[in-house]
Design a binder for this molecule. Structure first.
Ligand code: TXA
Ligand code: MG
Length: 333
């Protein structure tokens, strides 16, 4: 399936395919999504088949604007309206108690539903033309790196999708921040471009963090699994001050290594390939999945990733890097 430039005719075709229960991959500002009519359980079933994703993993429903919240959510707390007002359209998904008619196929049988208004002209036009909610996980195979270009979607899903809309590279590059508002206290399930501090400043209460050790949560939000966004090549996360020693050691072992370096120039140590990442957090996030994918496709023995800085703006990047890699210290003791 070759991607189609997302012009008006392509968008009409895409909306029509969705109405007929087919799958359409489309760009959002975060990553590309694999969309189906969220009110059609059979169509949603096709998403799981195409991704190879277990059926109990819930999907985010994409909606046109905040006024659609009440079509899907049974109750919409004040905090949800506040967050929607501030951050939609944008890279924030909210988990709310669902309306009875939301198909179990969408929610994985949970009493809650994930909702988001994406901030991308193609996604918004598609939602308007279609006129309903679009259930869409990231358009990658289960446990693989999320796609940030139409070409990545083609690589991942091939012919198991009915149409791929090309809207250029995604601007944010990592998946949305997820906030669970269905319980007693707001809880962050996944970090993203919108930081915990931004959300806490707006809602005026601290967010609980979903514990990694909570198995029930792992099932609800696979984004919390320790390894979730992994390339197939083993990837090591290496502190900047240990980078030279690690590369020298790997070199001595005769391993073919690809390096994803932070912005500083690195002394070349018989490296097959170096990618220099951007210095600013948002630019780094945007480039991250394409970099991991490029390195993965080159089939080195190992990918080494130089640890970028910590700090608020780096939360999403560091979360995804931790999930895509193992610490270099676990390999070298
Ligand atoms: O940025 C994004 O959110 C992208 C684009 C396409 O919108 N979508 C995305 O979808 O990342 P996905 O399926 O790859 O990740 C959605 C996450 C999953 O970890 C899922 O378990 C969680 O949202 N989720 C969805 N509904 C949920 C619910 N009712 N309760 C708890 N977690 C939920
Ligand atoms: Mg995903």
């Amino acid at each position: 399936m070759k991607p189609l430039l997302a012009d008006d005719a392509a968008l009409d075709l895409a909306a029509d395919l969705l109405r007929r229960g087919r799958l359409v991959a489309f760009p959002t500002e975060t990553v590309y999504g694999l969309g189906a009519d969220a009110s059609n359980a059979e169509a949603v079933g096709r998403i799981f088949a195409a991704k190879g994703r277990p059926a109990d993993h819930p999907l985010i429903v994409h909606i046109t604007d905040a006024s659609c919240l009440t079509d899907w959510a049974e109750t919409v707390p004040e905090t949800a309206w506040l967050l929607a007002c501030h951050f939609w359209p944008g890279p924030l998904a909210m988990i709310l108690k669902k309306k009875p008619q939301v198909p179990d196929a969408v929610t994985g049988g949970q009493p809650t539903v994930g909702l988001r208004v994406p901030n991308h002209p193609v996604a918004l036009s598609l939602l308007r033309k279609f006129g309903g909610g679009i259930a869409a996980p990231s358009a990658n195979r289960f446990c693989r790196i999320s796609p940030t270009t139409a070409r990545h979607v083609e690589e991942e899903l091939g012919d198991s999708v009915d149409l791929i809309l090309d809207g250029g590279p995604c601007e944010v590059g990592v998946e949305s921040t997820i906030i669970d508002l269905s319980g007693a206290r707001p809880r962050q399930l996944r970090p993203g471009r919108i930081t915990r501090q931004q959300i806490e400043a707006l809602i005026g209460v601290p967010l609980a963090v979903a514990a990694k050790s909570d198995e029930a949560l792992d099932i609800r939000a696979p984004g919390l699994l320790a390894v979730h966004y992994a390339p197939s090549t083993m990837a090591l996360l290496c502190r900047a001050d240990e980078l030279s020693a690690t590369l020298a050691e790997l070199n001595a072992q005769g391993r073919r290594v690809g390096l994803i370096a932070y912005h500083r120039p690195i002394l070349p140590l018989h490296l097959e390939h170096i990618l220099h990442m951007p210095e600013a957090a948002h630019d780094y996030a945007q480039a991250l999945y394409a970099a991991l994918r490029e390195m993965d496709n080159l089939r080195f023995d190992l990918i080494v990733v130089e640890q970028p800085p910590e700090g608020d703006a780096w939360q999403a990047v560091n979360d995804r890097l931790r999930k895509a890699t193992v610490p270099a210290s676990t390999v070298f003791g």
